[in-house]
Design a protein around this ligand. Sequence first.
Ligand SMILES: *[C@@H]1O[C@H](CO)[C@@H](O)[C@H](O)[C@H]1NC(C)=O
Ligand SMILES: *[C@@H]1O[C@H](CO)[C@@H](O)[C@H](O)[C@H]1NC(C)=O
Ligand SMILES: *[C@@H]1O[C@H](CO)[C@@H](O)[C@H](O)[C@H]1NC(C)=O
Length: 393
Amino acid sequence: MKRPARPLYSILLLTLLAVTLTYRTVLRGGGGVLGSLECEATAKSVPRQVPLPAFNSSVLRYAEIDVSEERFKNETEQLLEGGLASHGRHRTYGTWRRFSHHDPNGRTFQGARETLRSPMFYRYWLDFRRNLGNWARNNRFQPDVMDDLIRLVKHPLDRHNGRPASDRRHASCAVVGNSGILLQSGHGKLIDSHEAVIRLNNARIQDFEHDVGSKTTISFVNSNILHFCARREACFCHPYGAAVPIVMYICQPAHFLDYTMCNSSHKAPLVVTDRRFDLLCTRIAKYYSLRRFADETGRPLEAWDAARDAANFHYSSGMQAVMLAVGICNRVSIFGFGKSELAKHHYHTNQKAELGLHHYEAEYDLYHDLAKHPLAIPFISDKFRFPPVVIYE
Ligand SMILES: *[C@@H]1O[C@H](CO)[C@@H](O)[C@H](O)[C@H]1NC(C)=O
Ligand SMILES: *[C@@H]1O[C@H](CO)[C@@H](O)[C@H](O)[C@H]1NC(C)=O
Ligand SMILES: *[C@@H]1O[C@H](CO)[C@@H](O)[C@H](O)[C@H]1NC(C)=O
């Protein structure tokens, strides 16, 4: 049913890309740099008069290529088309086995089949398809999605906190990364003094309050985290308390299963990041990685794919949380990002190595641009006003 539409879709995408590039070239004329790093300036007052640094167009073009796009489309289509009675049943069964994992009937094949036929399963199935479908519909690059983050993320949280949804940004936000550099930092009080505190991937705070603080306004996770803490009958995914909202990006479309199960029991909002925001972060992360790769190795951009395992390359949760804060806060403080020879990778675990799928050094380049030259960051609409960003190292 959807197949004949594909060439048309590709043409549309190409057109959109061309229009977007033209739009940027036309609009990027009068840029500016962030005047003051210190905290008093607000997002609206950032002047924009200084000309923009020139972007290297080959790096830009290469950063726009998303090699996981086809896999994403395939997976989404199969999940959406794999109805209970269709050819997708085996896959469906596999996907939903977790659903029946804690169901005594679900332990046998016969039992699992009963579960799949049950009305409750069917209701979940419909919700799952609706949630996945709504999300996948926004699978496009849109440079001004940054301006939409208030509506997409902050409004539901305002309502949850018993306030009318407000277009006002948070006065100040702390994004707390999980780097071992936080140990012995004594930053806990400073972190908690921000209006909103964003924490990452359910990192533990007990016993570390002096260095990492104890307040949590948003728990930002990737869907792998939810995948391991979601269960059919409840969602054990809120170490900061059931009232703390979760914002999550989706690593695999099938994780909407976990989302659907968790959302039905979670008391606070469980907000999935808009796909347009994900795609914006994807491009920015790849751009910074390409630049660093080219500078460090002197090799052609084409060599990046093999060197960084393009199919599995992904921005880190920390990076998207920082971009979220940049979109919904009037000033942003970044804690616990970065490394030192002596520091542990995570303050709360003994994990030795970094995951290869993230390019942390390239992401630090982005944070430094956020703090010093935000208009040197590509792909973001000119209309967007960057808040002051301070990095605590
Ligand atoms: C996507 O699906 C098509 C046909 O269903 C297949 O030929 C192609 O290899 C798949 N691509 C990926 C990346 O899975
Ligand atoms: C998530 O759960 C809340 C509360 O039960 C509900 O209002 C909301 O519609 C759900 N969201 C989705 C996308 O199903
Ligand atoms: C753009 O970057 C690539 C990769 O580093 C480099 O080979 C090329 O010379 C650069 N182009 C310009 C115009 O600077």
